[in-house]
Design a binder for this molecule. Structure first.
Ligand SMILES: *Cc1c(COP(=O)(O)O)cnc(C)c1O
Length: 375
């Protein structure tokens, strides 16, 4: 058999054949290699510009001598800390290799061919990937129109209209990435109340700690009332640990039990568990990160206004700005050593998503945008 004669595409399951791979932000090292620039700046993956907490780093170092051991497969200490934080039993926590891992566990546990997941247009790219990978159908709801107060954000009535007897999962991102739009407590609770009990509602709160808007809900407090809810959180964003891959879900203990049956026994490594415990002890680092972000959002919005550019109002650590021919502007920025994120794959071809950096980093992306606008 000559290897070239195998049509692997025809061997893959139907859902996988239709999958489009996730497009990550360009790594700094790749830009520097390809474009011959130095000191490249990456504001493309919603990472914390302050990096990890020193307490997380100290916990990681202390764990290094134990690397010959398997990690604690049940994550006892970390689950205890998270359970205390959310005022639930440790049996309600599911640890993931990033919160994306938890999203995938939900899909593998509750979806299958013939069943479907409901989510919004312009929603986070991992929802279609985990849904299609298990051969389930996607019911994609239209999003808010461009002139809405939350442009391109989730339209909860439209999402509800997509639910049918075969719907097992609804994915809600609050706030959503890449739009940065968010849902208020009252409207989201009404949506959850109106859903059939047979639908697992994933409320993805990856940016929870960044949101300062009043009326923004902490849905982990809703589990008693709505046992079909699972809330996902991550250490990748404000906690600055994206490279380690650690996140978690908070849900009814019976749901967590199912997810934990599907989960690989050692999906979260020992260094990540130690780092997360350290990160949870450092409120000051979180506070500083939040301040840098709130200041940065204002700085970027002012600059967009000065440049005559529209943007989508965001409560996350990123913001989408409308630049017209985004592919060209993206290239222009790359040549200046600035990496941002084109979002044409999210059907927003006129926008670039910019992660909020430090004041100096924001100034650099603003200068590059200003150059691009005038050339
Ligand atoms: C970044 C992000 C995540 C987090 O992914 P991790 O796997 O935890 O790094 C989850 N959901 C959304 C909407 C995100 O933007």
């Amino acid at each position: 058999m000559i290897a070239d004669m195998i049509n692997f595409g025809s061997l893959a399951n139907r859902g996988v054949r239709a999958l489009k791979p996730y497009q990550p932000g360009k790594p700094v090292s790749e830009l520097e290699r390809e474009y011959g620039v130095r000191n490249a700046l990456k504001l493309a993956s919603n990472e914390n510009p302050l990096g990890p907490s020193p307490k997380a780093l100290a916990h990681m170092r202390a764990e290094l001598a134990e690397l010959h051991r398997y990690p604690d497969g049940n994550g006892f200490e970390l689950k205890a800390a998270l359970a205390a934080r959310h005022d639930v039993s440790p049996s309600c926590i599911t640890l993931g290799n990033g919160s994306n891992d938890v999203l995938e566990l939900v899909a593998r546990t509750f979806l299958a061919p013939g069943l479907n997941a409901v989510f919004s247009r312009h929603a986070f790219a991992v929802y279609p990937i985990v849904t299609q990978a298990v051969g389930a159908d996607m019911h994609i709801a239209p999003a808010n129109p461009a002139d809405h107060a939350m442009p391109y954000g989730h339209d909860l009535a439209a999402l509800l209209a997509q639910v049918d007897v075969n719907t097992r999962v609804a994915f809600i991102a609050n706030p959503n990435n890449p739009t940065g739009t968010w849902l208020r407590a009252a409207e989201l609770e009404e949506f959850v109340r109106d859903l059939p009990d047979s639908v697992v509602v994933v409320i993805d709160e990856a940016y929870f700690e960044y949101v300062v808007a009043v009326d923004y809900p902490d849905t982990s407090a809703w589990l008693e009332r709505y046992p079909n809810v699972i809330v996902t959180r991550t250490f990748s964003k404000i906690f600055g640990l994206a490279g380690l891959r650690i996140g978690y879900g908070v849900s009814h203990a019976q749901m967590a039990d199912l997810l934990n049956r599907v989960r690989q026994p050692f999906n979260v490594n020992s260094i990540a568990q130690a780092a997360a415990l350290g990160a949870l002890l450092d409120d000051e680092h979180v506070r500083r990160s939040l301040q840098v972000n709130s200041d940065g959002l204002i700085q970027l919005e002012r600059a967009f206004a000065d440049l005559g550019l529209d943007w989508i109002p965001s409560v996350g650590n990123f913001i989408c700005v409308r630049v017209g021919d985004a592919a060209t502007v993206y290239e222009t920025l790359l040549r200046q050593g600035v990496i941002v994120r084109p979002v044409a794959n999210y059907e927003l071809p006129e926008y670039l998503r910019i992660t909020v950096g430090t004041g100096d980093e924001n100034s650099r992306v603003i200068a590059a945008l200003s150059d691009a606008a005038h050339n």
